[in-house]
Design a protein around this ligand. Structure first.
Ligand SMILES: *Cc1c(COP(=O)(O)O)cnc(C)c1O
Length: 379
């Protein structure tokens, strides 16, 4: 089945009791049993819910995996992966990633004795050099939030396989429409479903997808034991969001390309971070592992003034100043004070995330209107 068809039909089977074409919202906490421990496969809604089950099946299909697990947020999905580890274990992860992931690793899990080695994973040798006999997990985000760095998933997977280490990929920015890490050898794909999968800025949710049944059992055990499960209404909204993933991503990519090129030619704009540019340092890898380059991009103003950047951030009308991304509407964000404020400034600057960086989540409005808005704001 081709992707566009999968997005519409994955996980969608008419409801057996009524024939409803859309999976109903099973708003229930428990299920009546015929006799003690005799049930229809549903016991208690933290462990199983039919709306969630339909979504988890859809997630598995659209990421070319075998199993999907839904969580109450993206960070809850990440949290479940780290809970596979023991004190003393080591993780190799990127030095440029979503601020909340960094916060979870450094402020929550480090105190339980898990060690995180932050390296620039775009240079595969850095991953290789960081491997020790305690390394149990490689965590990569590609493209990264917000600098749009791209890591070679296949190369990372070959290191992981050769050393018996798990490879997890945060695929939030690309979405399954543009990149499928399991096809490239990753063991686990993580999504902040809040973003492109939901697609309409109306739900917080996370997901993990994998192929291995044993790994699925371990992660399902963590999901039900720790309890960070999404409600059925949210699962319904995401099932609906996934149906239009193909057409939405096409429009995000078209607009992203137009705006990246327009910004690059603007006299007041300095560096534009977008992996579709032929001179982007990781363009060749992006081209190899992604079907298109997405609607996320960042840029700096030529004068590198924080005040000027703040003025631009407050002057747009169609681009709303907000955290998050991946919805149909365009958003503008200041990583240093918003999404990435949890990363210490020194760390941030060292990794190339300047105080004046502006991030755009390009929506699917008319591109001319979006350019008009940026033109007015940048001046
Ligand atoms: C938003 C985001 C997360 C966290 O997801 P939540 O749904 O906000 O918990 C993780 N990774 C990336 C790349 C994100 O953009």
């Amino acid at each position: 089945m081709k992707a566009a068809t999968k997005y519409i039909h994955a996980g969608a089977t008419p409801d057996p009791s009524t024939g409803a074409i859309m999976t109903p919202i099973f708003q229930t906490s428990t299920y009546v049993q015929e006799a003690p421990a005799v049930n229809k496969g549903f016991e208690y809604a933290r462990s199983q819910n039919p709306t969630r089950k339909a979504l988890e099946e859809a997630l598995a299909i659209i990421e070319n995996g075998k199993f999907g697990l839904s969580f109450s947020s993206g960070v809850a999905a990440t949290d479940a992966v780290i809970k596979l580890l023991q004190p003393g274990d080591e993780v190799i992860c990127g030095n440029d990633m979503y601020g909340g992931t960094y916060r979870l690793f450094s402020k929550v899990f480090e105190k339980f004795g898990i060690k995180f080695n932050y390296v620039n994973t775009t240079a595969i040798d850095n991953i290789k050099k960081a491997v020790t006999d305690k390394t149990k997990l490689i965590w990569i985000e590609t493209p990264t939030n917000p600098l749009m760095n791209v890591t070679d998933i296949e190369a990372a997977a070959s290191i992981a396989k050769s050393k018996n280490i798990l490879l997890a990929v945060d695929n939030t920015f690309a979405s399954p429409a543009l990149q499928n890490p399991l096809d490239l050898g990753a063991d686990i794909v993580m999504h902040s479903v809040t973003k492109y999968l939901g697609g309409h800025s109306d739900v917080i949710q996370g997901a993990l997808v994998m192929k291995d049944a044993e790994l699925r059992e371990k992660l399902y055990f963590i999901q039900k034991s720790c309890g960070a499960v999404p409600g059925p209404m949210d699962c319904f909204l995401v099932l609906r969001g996934i149906k239009t993933l193909g057409v939405r991503m096409k429009a995000h990519c078209e607009n992203g390309k137009i705006i990246a090129n327009w910004l690059r030619n603007h006299p007041k704009v300095g560096k534009v971070y977008w992996p579709g540019f032929e001179d982007h340092p990781n363009h060749a890898i992006a081209k190899k592992q992604m079907r298109d380059f997405g609607g996320m991009l960042s840029f700096e103003l030529r004068n590198d003034s924080v005040d000027e950047a703040k003025r631009v951030l407050s002057s747009t009308h169609l681009f709303s100043l907000a955290e998050s991304l991946g919805g149909v509407e365009s958003l503008i964000n200041h990583p240093a004070s918003m999404t990435h404020a949890s990363i210490p400034r020194e760390e941030r600057i060292k990794n190339g995330l300047s105080d004046s960086l502006i991030r755009l989540s390009v929506g699917i409005e008319d591109a001319d209107d979006l350019i008009g808005d940026l033109k007015y704001a940048i001046g």
